[in-house]
Ligand binder design. Structure first.
Ligand code: UFG
Length: 346
């Protein structure tokens, strides 16, 4: 894989800023971002191990990008199946180190890293500004934190690097076409994919984790951001990288600056899908912050970017995707799903 990638990176015209390598480009955020970049005229190389994503998403990105589809290149990276949390460490840390090394070797020293609001841990106050102290509450968060630190060290050691760390808040929604969206393997961990699967009848009820937080209705508050806004946030970050020689290693929040509770989000989704969703209140989930939302001023001022969609738009687009693709990219009786299942049994 490294060999193929090295060849590809070497062949990219050096002076040309229009080639973008999108790792995880078949996934939820990656596919929306890759599409956005193609539509803006970039040449996009997707690398993905298809561990928690589907090749079908890449095909649909090509369809949606029309004449720009010829500018998409897709590499399958070999996926490793190891037990979590080693899985996260192996994929996120080793994968990133290999990539950074390769990029340095071929002189491609511009990086936009997908970090996460999870690095704010349990913040002392909200909204979270980019200079808040960072901490990790779980292995996933730790990998994000480590890579942020590695990026800082790397940039410090070699000022030619230009690095932007994007701290995503809670991405939800789907492309308005309803052709691409979130399709996690197995039982979803996150709120909105779970809600979506209850709405289409794949899961019987939603469990609300905690109703005794110090928030307006007692449930956890998060900053949900439309995945389309997240995609344009990446393109704004790239522009900033290309235009700012001395960017160094800079962090930006990608959020809306508005907090929404679990129950408010469920109500918005019920409105979008026209159904009442069965739910059960349970204990808090360990490690969950009560309230997390972004300070957006830095991204607005320095990237010239602002999220546009509200939660009704997010729920409308997510329901459009869910109702058209209740089983995601692979209906349970599709030939791909049957082969997948028999491979797992073997
Ligand atoms: N929640 C439920 N029931 C569920 C799932 C979630 O009540 O079945 C609640 C949580 O307790 C929380 C809110 O919904 O209050 C949002 O939870 P998510 O799991 O959707 O999102 P988190 O904010 O906990 O974390 C997510 C990702 C992290 C990522 C973080 C910030 O899981 O990996 O967003 O980007 F780092």
């Amino acid at each position: 894989m490294n060999h193929q990638l090295r060849k590809m990176l070497n062949e990219m015209p050096r002076e040309c800023a229009r080639w973008i390598l999108v790792t995880g480009g078949a996934g939820y955020i990656g596919s929306h971002t890759a599409l956005q970049l193609l539509l803006e005229g970039y040449k996009v190389v997707i690398v993905d191990n298809l561990d928690n994503s589907d090749e079908e998403a890449v095909k649909r990105v090509v369809d949606l990008s029309g004449k720009h589809g010829v500018n998409l290149y897709f590499f399958k990276a070999v996926g490793e199946s190891v037990a979590k949390p080693l899985h996260y460490y192996s994929n996120n840390l080793i994968g990133t180190l290999n990539l950074l090394e390769l990029m340095a070797d071929v002189g491609c020293k511009k990086l936009v890293f997908s970090s996460s609001a999870t690095v704010y841990g349990q913040p002392k106050s909200v909204p979270c500004t980019e200079d808040f102290p960072v901490e990790a509450l779980n292995p996933y968060g730790r990998t994000k934190l480590f890579i942020e630190e590695i990026s800082r060290d790397l940039q410090y050691s070699d000022p030619e690097w230009r690095i932007i760390l994007l701290r995503y808040f809670n991405p939800v929604g789907a492309h308005p076409s309803g052709l691409i969206g979130e399709d996690p393997r197995g039982i979803p961990n996150n709120l909105m994919p779970f809600v979506q699967q209850v709405a289409v009848g794949r899961l019987p009820e939603l469990t609300v984790f905690g109703s005794d937080y110090n928030t307006r209705d007692g449930t956890g508050v998060r900053d949900y951001i439309h995945v389309q806004d997240l995609a344009t946030g990446h393109s704004a970050a790239l522009q900033k990288l290309f235009n700012t020689k001395d960017i160094g290693c800079a962090a930006y929040n990608l959020g809306t600056g508005r907090g929404t509770s679990v129950l408010e989000m469920v109500a918005a989704f019920e409105k979008a899908c026209g159904k009442i969703l069965p739910l059960r209140i349970a204990d808090r989930r360990p490690g969950d912050a009560s309230e997390l939302f972004a300070a957006t001023e830095k991204a607005e001022k320095e990237l010239g970017w602002k999220a546009e969609s509200g939660i009704d738009d997010m729920c409308r687009d997510q329901w459009n995707w869910a109702s058209r693709n209740p089983w995601g990219y692979r209906p349970p009786h599709s030939i791909e799903a049957i082969i997948d299942a028999s491979n797992k049994q073997a």
